[in-house]
Design a protein around this ligand. Structure first.
Ligand SMILES: O=C(O)CCC(=O)C(=O)O
Ligand SMILES: [Fe+2]
Length: 224
């Protein structure tokens, strides 16, 4: 038992329970496409946000974006060279989109982190990583007390990119090209609630144009 008062087994069981419920819901929804069901559980929903909604979000991202931090890697080390910023969770427009994402996977609003916007210029990228928290790091003590793992990732492409910028899953050998309004969602866990190594993914470098995305990570239980 770690000082968090929760065992690894308890954490895994709660993730497994959430995972099963979300997978069942997505498989039952005929607007949802299964992009990968072998190792990686990856889903897509075209036109999840309208072009007008994407435009409004891109304007908001432009007003909050700054060089991206990552949890354990400095911006300067080059793992994530995009610009990013949290959107305002109290903004009714952002909340409306949050709720639509929550509804897709069937969880309450307070399970999801505030959506984070990212903007990549030519040459910028997010190198291969897992969205999962590293439970050996100091920050985990705070995160486990506040919602636990990032069990699911939902991401929406806000624009078409002239060239480059695909989201690549090298282990699963799948690459998703940015398409305005398309949402992709994946489980970061296996059925047993342990980290799925096949979720390794990268935002590949933009070759021409600019790429805008929003990402909303869902915890294994409410985080506020
Ligand atoms: O921009 C992408 O395609 C990937 C973004 C990503 O991996 C993230 O926000 O965690
Ligand atoms: Fe990621």
């Amino acid at each position: 038992m770690a000082k968090t008062g929760r065992t690894d087994k308890q954490n895994q069981l709660e993730i497994a329970a959430m995972n099963t419920a979300v997978l069942n819901r997505l498989h039952a929804d005929d607007t949802v496409q299964v992009l990968c069901d072998d190792g990686l559980q990856l889903f897509g929903v075209p036109e999840f946000f309208s072009p007008e909604e994407c435009q409004r979000l891109m304007e908001r991202i432009d007003s909050v974006a700054r060089p991206s931090p990552t949890f354990d890697v400095d911006y300067g080390k080059g793992a994530r060279t995009s610009y990013s910023g949290d959107l305002d969770a109290a903004d009714p427009f952002v909340r409306m989109l949050h709720r639509r994402m929550d509804d897709l996977i069937g969880v309450e609003e307070n399970w999801g982190e505030t959506m984070q916007g990212q903007r990549y210029a030519v040459g910028q990228q997010f190198k291969a990583h897992h969205d999962w928290f590293d439970t050996s790091q100091k920050y985990w003590t705070g995160e486990v007390a506040m919602g636990g793992q990032r069990a699911w990732t939902l991401m929406v492409y806000l624009n078409d990119v002239e060239a480059g910028g695909a989201t690549e899953f090298p282990k699963a050998q799948i690459a998703v090209p940015p398409q305005q309004g398309t949402l992709i969602a994946w489980s970061n866990a296996n059925a047993d609630g342990k980290v799925n190594m096949d979720t390794l993914h990268a935002g590949t470098p933009v070759v021409a144009g600019t790429k805008y995305v929003v990402t909303r990570w869902y915890r294994a239980r409410p985080w506020y």
